[in-house]
Design a protein around this ligand. Structure first.
Ligand code: ADP
Ligand code: NA
Length: 328
């Protein structure tokens, strides 16, 4: 049988963190053999907010190395840098002409990132969801594995595909589905567990980065906010401990009941020590592989060039169809 197409991406805007790993990357790796995968480093999305050029270039390579270090395998996946395939930008202009402003006005991520400062944010940030839709639609994608924060952008992607197909009465686009796992889809900040863990949080203790060393992991987990009840149980009323337990649950694959039973009568200190242990043993091999890859940048660049060369004809096929039906 022909494998279904999977597409997803991460912005090269900073160090990727445990939320990106558990909500996205880890799921890509675990399911890669079942699908025909395309994974992108979305550098065109990264310029929607101010970013230093050298940092952007470096972050892009670092993220590519992390993709591979986490286990993405070029036997199953095409890996590339978004800006290396011009079709994304070209399609984005065309599709912006099919996107009602009211739809973009409703995007909560824009509202929270712009925070009302419409004179200091650029239109790229506003049009971000259109570019994201194009990334997905260019490859006739069936499934888009993402974290919970991308739910609304994925709804817009589907609406846009359906609207375009309906206007031209032709199935130009496959209508994609978001793949949002139950566990790990929303990892929260370690210090303010009512907010999601995010690269843009100014509090550096709020997140574990995939490249954190054991000492840093230990420090951050030990400082992580809990509560005074001292019960190691999943409880939505106690988001701090529940978030740490969720991280532990995803890393170990154990059920909530098994975990609660294992820590019954034990304190937060004992649980945190077990979590630190898990995190260190999970991240150590990833980091080792990452540093090897970063020591051989020509090989990494070669993988990314090959990925772009492989996906470009797929993107061009869809873009050419779009241009034809539109009359361009
Ligand atoms: P960030 O939101 O940290 O800037 P991106 O926007 O590049 O990261 O998102 C990359 C992927 O990581 C997306 O699939 C997104 O849904 C997922 N993701 C981001 N933050 C979290 C989180 N706190 N928990 C789970 N998944 C997340
Ligand atoms: Na995000």
């Amino acid at each position: 049988a022909v494998k279904k197409r999977v597409f997803s991406g991460i912005q090269p805007t900073g160090n990727i963190h445990l939320g990106n790993y558990l909500g996205a990357l880890r799921n890509w790796v675990n399911a890669q053999a079942e699908y025909d995968n395309i994974f992108c480093i979305v550098d065109l999305h990264a310029i929607t907010l101010p970013i230093d050029p050298v940092e952007l270039h470096t972050n892009t390579r670092k993220l590519a190395a992390l993709y591979i270090a986490c286990g993405l395998d070029t036997r199953y996946c095409k890996l590339f840098i978004q800006s290396h395939v011009r079709e994304h930008a070209e399609m984005s202009w065309i599709m912006s002409c099919f996107t009602p402003m009211g739809w973009l006005n409703r995007m909560t991520q824009f509202k929270s990132k712009a925070a009302g400062n419409l004179d200091s944010v650029d239109t790229g940030l506003y049009c971000y969801p259109v570019l994201m839709a194009c990334d997905v639609l260019l490859y006739q994608t069936h499934y888009v594995p993402v974290g919970d924060d991308q739910r609304q952008h994925m709804e817009l992607t589907r609406d846009l595909a359906q609207r375009f197909n309906a206007i031209y009465k032709r199935p130009v686009f496959t209508v994609p589905e978001a793949q949002i796992r139950e566990e790990g889809a929303r990892i929260m900040s370690l210090t303010e567990p009512t907010k999601k863990m995010s690269k843009s949080d100014t509090d550096l203790n709020s997140r574990i980065n995939l490249l954190d060393d054991p000492k840093t992991i230990k420090k951050k987990i030990n400082r992580a906010t809990t509560d005074s009840l001292r019960l190691v149980t999943f409880d939505p009323e106690r988001p701090g401990i529940t978030n740490l337990l969720t991280i532990y649950q995803v890393l170990t694959g154990e059920s909530q009941q098994e975990i609660e039973a294992a820590f019954a009568g034990k304190g937060y200190g004992e649980f945190k020590a077990a979590l630190i242990d898990r995190l260190v043993t999970t991240l150590e091999p990833i980091q080792k592989r990452y540093y090897e890859l970063m020591n051989d940048l020509p090989t990494l660049e070669g993988i990314l060039k090959q990925g772009a060369d492989e996906v470009r004809p797929l993107a061009a096929t869809t873009l050419n169809q779009v241009k034809e039906v539109v009359g361009l």
